[in-house]
Ligand binder design. Structure first.
Ligand SMILES: [Zn+2]
Length: 258
């Protein structure tokens, strides 16, 4: 499995100003390519920086624009432009709407896909050589899903937008790699999001050898990121990587080499 970070920004200010891109993460396995959380810019950078004809599915963790804005455009790219059967895995709000959050994937776009699945607490799904598991997180969109993607070789956990809670930890115990959406620096937490000082607790019970921090919010990008990174490295055992736009992990090797 390989990860390509098309975008590493998060939150409304970074999204609005494009201080970092908000184009999501491409997950590549031996058999398929999936676009996770395609925010604004995802369609453009999928075409500019990847082999777009290879994308076969889209995953949406929740219905906020920095995770879902380009989902319909990516579905059209897959199914119309590049003739893939197309599959969409999205949380309930993205599929059906919730309170004043409108659904983001229209019936028309669902119909373009051969397969559509609603991600829910305790859900287990399969796509090609990838197993997808989901659990409910604690975020503004109450149906937000955390994810675990596994091939036979490796399991990658995605700690998506959420407030920290110990309840969320057991799900990630068997992960080899953790990708942590961490919008905030130390000592500047906000409700519904994760900050750097919580990362050690997230990693405490996992078997992960590497943690990749991404989805940086404005306050984070405005702070001394090197200092945040050095502090975090001293607290935890796993290798810490702060993602950059366009970064591929692991470099040119398959995760299986680690
Ligand atoms: Zn969100």
């Amino acid at each position: 499995m390989k990860l390509k970070f098309l975008g590493t920004g998060g939150g409304r200010y970074v999204t609005g100003m494009q201080k970092r891109k908000t184009a999501g993460i491409l997950i590549e396995t031996d058999e398929t390519k999936i676009h996770l959380d395609p925010g604004p810019g995802a369609l453009v950078y999928a075409n500019q920086e990847t082999d777009p004809e290879e994308t076969e599915a889209v995953i949406v963790s929740h219905a906020h624009p920095d995770h879902s804005n380009d989902a319909s455009a990516i579905i059209e790219m897959m199914t119309q432009a590049y003739d893939q059967p197309g599959a969409v895995f999205a949380n309930k709000t993205a599929m059906e709407g919730h309170a004043d959050l409108e659904k983001v994937i229209s019936e028309y776009h669902k119909d373009l896909c051969l397969d559509t699945k609603t991600l829910e607490e305790g859900g287990e799904y399969e796509f090609k050589d990838l197993k997808i598991k989901s659990q409910e997180m604690f975020h503004g969109d109450p149906n937000t899903q955390g994810l675990k993607l596994s091939t036979e070789e490796k399991t990658v956990g995605f700690w998506t937008d959420t407030e920290f809670s110990e309840e969320l930890l057991p799900f990630y115990e068997d992960c080899d790699i953790m990708v942590i959406y961490c919008t905030r620096p130390r000592d500047r937490p906000i409700k519904g999001h994760t900050s750097i000082d919580e990362v050690p607790d997230i990693l405490e019970d996992t078997e992960a050898s590497t943690a990749i921090i991404t989805h940086f919010g404005y306050a984070m990008l405005d702070t001394d990121m090197t200092e945040e990174k050095e502090w975090l490295k001293e607290q935890v055992e796993p290798k810490i990587i702060f993602a950059e736009d366009g970064m591929q992990f692991p470099g040119n090797r398959s995760l299986g080499d680690f």
